[in-house]
Design a binder for this molecule. Sequence first.
Ligand code: COA
Length: 388
Amino acid sequence: MRDVAVIGVGLTKFGELWDKSFRQLISEAGAKAILDSGIEGKDIDAMYVGSMSSGRFVGQEHIGALVADTSGFSFMHIPATRVEGACASGGLAFREGYFSIASGMNDIVVVGGIEKMNDVGGSSATETLATAADQEWEAFFGVTFPGLYAMIALRHMHEYGTTKEQLAQVAVKNHKNGALNPYAQYQKEITIEQAMNSTMVAYPLGLMDCSPVTDGAASVVLCAAEKARQYCQKPIKIIGSGQGSDTLALHSRRDICTLDATVHAANMAYKQAKINPKDIDLAEVHDCFTIAEICAIEDLGFVKKGEGGKAVENKITTLDGTMPVNTSGGLKSKGHPVGATGVAQIVEIVTQLRGEAGRRQVKDARIGLTHNVGGSGATCVVHLLEAV
Ligand code: COA
């Protein structure tokens, strides 16, 4: 296997983007990443794009070809492939791009992620998101994603004494970080009272415990590490890549408070990088709901099982804490265009490791982790990146 580095990143603004089409969003993110990397179109060997449900959200399948076409590369006949793994589609696309260079098959690959979710109404978006759950055993009976994560939250509260206030503290922290991110959907701080008293969605999760419905796209350029410095002054090396799977339905799990797919993916990535959780300087984790961030920091090994709520309360995960989590604002505040999220997490970590995160910069950041989950934890992808 060859070493691979990220040499360019690009992001669109996240939010309700009524004035931009699916095509415009993916072209904008891709063009920014290519410009940032210093490569030219002729250098690209392949493209991978993560998208969860473009067919239902915008009526458009066949996304790989569309992205090559709309980027102006169809005349070069570049291999262009769509990757799907529910909300982990972006992370999986990144992993496929990484493999294709690590194997020696390609030298330069562009990876994108996109979702345009607001073109359908709120209930259609909820129904579409529920296709990532088990149709026969969950969605058919009316369960939604807020409902599934509410069950995880209640069980976590029962088992470990996690409180609604600790959930709210995750939202307050992520909105504080998001307020410093010009790309975030919600660039506003919220108070603990606002978070605690927000409209109930699925008990105990209120509006402020949920990630929103978002339009947006992200893109990165990957390059064989030995060639990276030809294009870029600050290549960021991929030092670990892990992936795990689990039962589609929540009820079949060994323990609904632990995402075993996360544990598996993280161990795989740690082993490859020859590091342990203590070596990590910051992480972007999949906080689709506030309880998901608490489970993630436990399952990734940052704190012991059951101690996630306390860790948040003790401010370990704030920007100036010992383990900053979701410096971008996370899915909660930056937004969650499902297919784009995994790639956008890479963009944030690369920006931090280059020292270019401005007011939300983590001091002396050297190693960063991304954690991207599909469904209620049936798919998980973890990546480790290092400033070289
Ligand atoms: N966090 C903060 N504010 C939010 C928000 C969120 N998650 N979702 C909506 N809002 C705000 C809107 O900006 C709007 O504010 P305004 O009145 O000042 O303009 C207001 O709340 C109402 O917005 P609306 O779009 O009508 O909300 P909604 O009731 O249709 O949707 C949720 C709210 C929570 C149901 C929706 O965001 C949701 O389904 N989230 C979960 C998405 C999900 O499951 N993703 C996959 C995870 S695996």
